[in-house]
Design a protein around this ligand. Structure first.
Ligand code: ASC
Length: 147
């Protein structure tokens, strides 16, 4: 009886986990896409300030850099197994996870450096720091995103 109960509990857990798995992949994709979209939201106006398309405001720039920096720690966990299909993520991500993950490390340190540079209020420091972040975005897109 105990054995039977254990078997049916295990069976129920297994079935449950199959359902949870499909939902988990969907949630993970939604999570990472939301984070990337938020990253763009915070990033793009900083570029516009640097180009002079909108007025430069030091506090606003730093606020954006800080929030962007926080977001750079959130997207990677959305790249769960079997989650490339139907997205722009290339399967190469999962074949080169060390390189992919290293790109996130670089993005995180470049974004943290942009926060520090932004506090100087000196465009001579801010501009190259912003460029390093943009370069890291682009590097990963070139390698791991379908255009
Ligand atoms: C953006 C945006 C990106 C990055 C990238 C930087 O504003 O949407 O994906 O900058 O183009 O190279």
């Amino acid at each position: 009886m105990k054995k039977l109960l254990a078997a049916s509990v295990a069976g129920a857990l297994m079935m449950g986990s199959l359902n949870v798995q499909a939902a988990d992949v969907e949630d993970a994709v939604e999570h990472r896409q939301g984070i990337f979209s938020a990253m763009k939201w915070y990033f793009a106006p900083m570029g516009a300030m640097i180009k002079g398309e909108i007025d430069y405001d030091q506090a606003e720039f730093t606020r954006r850099a800080e929030l962007l920096s926080a977001l750079t720690h959130m997207a990677e966990e959305g790249f769960v197994a079997n989650s490339a299909e139907g997205t722009e993520a290339k399967p190469e991500i999962w074949e080169n996870m060390d390189k992919f993950s290293g790109g996130f490390d670089q993005l995180q340190s470049n974004a943290a450096a942009l926060v520090e540079a932004s506090k100087s209020g000196d465009m001579g420091m801010i501009k190259p720091a912003f460029g390093e972040v943009a370069k890291t975005c682009k590097g990963c897109h070139d390698n791991f995103r379908e255009d």
